[in-house]
Design a protein around this ligand. Structure first.
Ligand code: ATP
Length: 236
């Protein structure tokens, strides 16, 4: 059963249509990836799910409820959380203050000690640097912090936009590995990625977006063997 579902969404910016009937379903407890070329509409899909862009048509469902018209704030209160592209950290605040800001939804507050322990276990580097200003850390550390801040919101569904962007390959591998720990905790996740190879390697199921439409979907392991995916996205 789908925990979060995007049904036949069309949307765009001003007069420019970007999504042309996109439908995506996230299964409970699974790691799903949304992959595709630059400009395919992945970030636009995320923004539409969160309500930063209003869908022109179609709907977004969470746990059997139509949440299409709710604000991003209301969605976060329900447990639908986005780690945005570009991190959007509070650069003048410390690591720990950023993490505390992440726990702003009411449903997250009583879970602060447990979630802080979890993120420090996942990212020991953040624990070491908990008093350091976020803006003075490396790109990789800031990306860890952005994911950790999302976890502090105590999500039921965590969506991560471009986890690997601009990071060294070895760091990308570490970050992707850490997602497995979250999966073991039963978290439902959606990974939006340009790094198709890595996304298919860690996820259970994947959607391939092209020109604002789902071009292909299936178990990630099968898509990784698909001829079209291999030649168009994996350079094989
Ligand atoms: P990328 O990996 O480059 O972010 P993407 O698949 O996430 O790609 P989107 O960011 O959703 O793609 O962009 C889809 C299209 O929408 C692109 O043509 C982009 O130029 C356009 N677009 C994105 N944001 C805006 C905006 N704020 N105003 C107008 N057009 C936009």
């Amino acid at each position: 059963m789908a925990l979060l579902e995007i049904r036949d969404i069309t949307s765009g910016y001003g007069e420019v249509q970007i999504l042309w009937g996109t439908s995506i379903a996230l299964e409970d407890g699974k790691l799903t990836s949304l992959v595709g070329a630059n400009g395919a509409g992945k970030t636009t899909t995320m923004r539409t799910v969160m309500g930063q862009i209003k869908p022109w048509a179609g709907s977004v469902w969470f746990d059997g409820q139509d949440i299409s018209s709710l604000s991003a704030h209301a969605k976060a209160e329900m447990g639908v959380v986005l780690v945005p592209e570009g991190r959007q950290l509070f650069t003048d605040m410390s690591v720990e203050e950023n993490l505390e800001m992440g726990a702003s939804p009411k449903r997250a507050r009583s879970h602060i000690p447990k979630n802080l322990e979890l993120v420090y276990e996942m990212f020991p580097r953040l624990k070491e640097r908990r008093a350091q200003k976020a803006g003075t850390m490396s790109g990789g550390e800031q990306q860890m912090l952005a994911v950790a801040r999302g976890i502090m919101a105590n999500p039921i569904v965590l969506m991560i936009d471009e986890l690997s962007l601009g990071l060294a390959p070895v760091l990308v591998l570490d970050l992707f590995q850490s997602l497995k720990l979250l999966k073991d905790q039963g978290l439902t996740m959606m990974l939006v990625e340009q790094n198709v190879q890595m996304a298919l390697a860690v996820s259970d199921y994947a959607f391939v977006l092209a020109h604002g439409k789902v071009e292909l979907e299936g178990p990630s392991r099968e898509l990784a063997k698909n001829e079209h995916v291999r030649s168009a996205y994996l350079g094989l």
